[in-house]
Design a protein around this ligand. Structure first.
Ligand SMILES: *Cc1c(COP(=O)(O)O)cnc(C)c1O
Length: 384
C-alpha cells in the first residue's frame, strides 16, 4: 500500500494556464466577469462549431438554464437517459418537472432509440408529450443522434445534449453537444478539460444564450440601480477560472488523444481475457474515451465487477463501477422507465457488470501498467 495512489481522472494542467491566470491578476480582472470569460466563450463556440457559448459555474447549472429556456416547469415531463450521473437529472427536479428515464442500447451504452420511441408512443396515448429530451453522451461516446433527432423532430420535442463527458467527441463529423437545441459541457476537476469547477451552455440560438447570461447574472435589468423583473441565478464562471479554461482548451485535442491511447493500451492487454468486453466505439464517430469502461462476466472469475473495484482500492488504484442508473436510485423511486426491450434492461446489466479504470490524460505508462497488472494478476489467480 506504499505505492502512490492512482486516481480515476485527476486534473491535468499543462502549464500555460498559469500564464493566463497571471495576466488576469496583472489586469486585476478578478471578479466576476471579464475579458477571459468572453475569450473562453468565443473559443469554446469556435471549437464546437456552434454560434455561441455561455460560460457558467457548472455543467449542472447549464442544464438547469437550458430547461428554463425551454420554459419547463411543474406538471411537465422530461425524458432523460437513465445511465448517467445524477447531474443530468437533478435540474429536471429543480424546475419542478418529472423525469422519465430511457434505457441504453448495447452498441453505444447510450439512449436506446427504440426505448425512446416506445416512451413517445406511450406519451401520445396518455395525451402528454415530454417538453424536452436530455440525451447523455456517456464516457465520451456520442449517443446515436440521427434516429434520436428524427424521433424528437417527429414529435416536435427539443433536445438538450449532456456532453459533460464528450467535449471533443464527434458524431458523423459534427461536434458533440451541438446537435440539439442546447448542449452543455462540464469543466469539473475530473472532466476532459477543467477550470476546477465550471460548465458551459451552447446553442445556435443567440438570443436564448443572451437570456441565459442575463438569468445567470442575477437577472439584472439595465438600470443605474439594481433593478430586477424576473428571478435570476448566480451561475456565471469567474474571469480567473475562465483563464484556466482558455489554457486548458488549447490542449483539447492532445487530451482527447491521450485518453484514447490509454483506452487502446488497456484494450490490448485486457480484452484478450475471458469475459472482459471493452465499451464499444460506434462507427459513427470518435469518442473522447473520457473513462475507459469495460464489462466483466462474474461467473468466470467468481468475482463481481464491484468486488474488483474494492480489490483495486487495496492496490491504491481508484476504479469505479459504471454509473448506477437513475431509475434504480432511491431519489427517483417510482419514476417511469422504458427498457431497451421489454423485460431487458441494458443499463441494469452495465451497472452490475461494468467498471471504469483510471483514465486521466496525464496517466503515465507505468501507472497504466500498474492498473493492467493489478487486474490481470487478480483475475489470473482466480481463474486457476
Ligand atoms: C460531470 C457531469 C455533469 C455535471 O457537471 P458539473 O460541472 O459537475 O455540474 C453532468 N452530466 C454528466 C453526464 C456528467 O458526467
Amino acid at each position: 500500500m506504499n505505492q502512490e495512489r492512482i486516481y480515476l481522472s485527476p486534473p491535468h494542467m499543462g502549464g500555460d494556464e498559469q500564464l493566463y491566470v497571471a495576466s488576469v491578476f496583472d489586469s486585476n480582472w478578478i471578479a466576476p466577469l471579464g475579458p477571459m470569460v468572453d475569450q473562453f466563450e468565443r473559443e469554446l463556440a469556435s471549437q464546437a462549431g456552434c454560434a455561441g457559448a455561455v460560460a457558467l459555474s457548472s455543467g449542472t447549472a447549464a442544464i438547469h438554464l437550458a430547461l428554463r429556456l425551454l420554459d419547463i416547469g411543474p406538471g411537465d415531463r422530461v425524458f432523460c437517459s437513465t445511465l448517467t450521473f445524477v447531474a443530468s437529472a437533478n435540474p429536471i427536479l429543480y424546475v419542478g418537472a418529472e423525469p422519465v428515464f430511457i434505457d441504453s442500447e448495447p452498441d453505444t451504452w447510450n439512449m436506446s432509440p427504440q426505448a425512446l420511441e416506445r416512451a413517445f408512443e406511450d406519451a401520445v396515448q396518455r395525451g402528454k408529450l415530454p417538453r424536452a429530451v436530455v440525451v447523455v453522451h456517456l464516457y465520451g461516446q456520442n449517443a446515436d443522434m440521427d434516429p434520436i433527432v428524427s424521433i424528437c423532430e417527429r414529435y416536435g420535442v427539443p433536445i438538450v445534449e449532456d456532453a459533460a463527458e464528450s467535449l471533443g467527441a464527434t458524431y458523423k463529423h459534427r461536434m458533440s453537444g451541438t446537435m440539439g437545441k442546447f448542449g452543455i459541457y462540464s469543466f469539473n476537476g475530473n472532466k476532459i478539460i477543467t477550470t476546477s469547477g465550471g460548465g458551459a451552455l451552447l446553442s445556435n440560438d443567440l438570443p436564448a444564450l443572451d437570456k441565459a447570461r442575463y438569468w445567470a447574472t442575477q437577472a439584472r435589468d439595465a438600470a443605474r440601480h439594481y433593478e430586477h423583473s424576473v428571478m435570476g441565478f448566480n451561475y456565471r464562471l469567474s474571469n480567473v477560472l475562465a483563464a484556466i479554461g482558455v489554457g486548458q482548451l488549447a490542449m483539447l485535442p492532445q487530451k482527447v488523444e491521450a485518453r484514447r491511447q490509454i483506452f487502446a493500451r488497456y484494450e490490448a492487454h485486457l480484452s484478450p481475457m475471458d469475459g472482459i468486453v471493452m465499451m464499444p466505439e460506434a462507427a459513427f464517430g470518435i469518442s473522447t474515451r473520457w473513462l475507459t469502461a469495460l464489462t466483466l462476466e462474474p461467473d468466470i472469475y467468481g468475482l463481481t465487477a464491484h468486488e474488483i473495484v474494492d480489490q483495486m482500492a487495496q492496490l491504491n488504484i481508484e476504479c469505479r463501477p459504471v454509473w448506477k442508473p437513475m431509475h434504480l436510485q432511491p431519489l427517483f423511486q417510482g419514476t417511469d422507465y422504458y427498457e431497451h426491450e421489454e423485460g431487458t434492461s441494458v443499463s441494469d446489466r452495465l451497472f452490475t457488470h461494468g467498471i471504469c479504470l483510471p483514465s486521466g490524460s496525464n496517466l503515465t505508462e507505468s501507472q497504466q501498467d500498474r492498473v493492467i497488472e493489478g487486474i490481470q494478476s487478480m483475475l489470473y489467480a482466480l481463474a486457476r
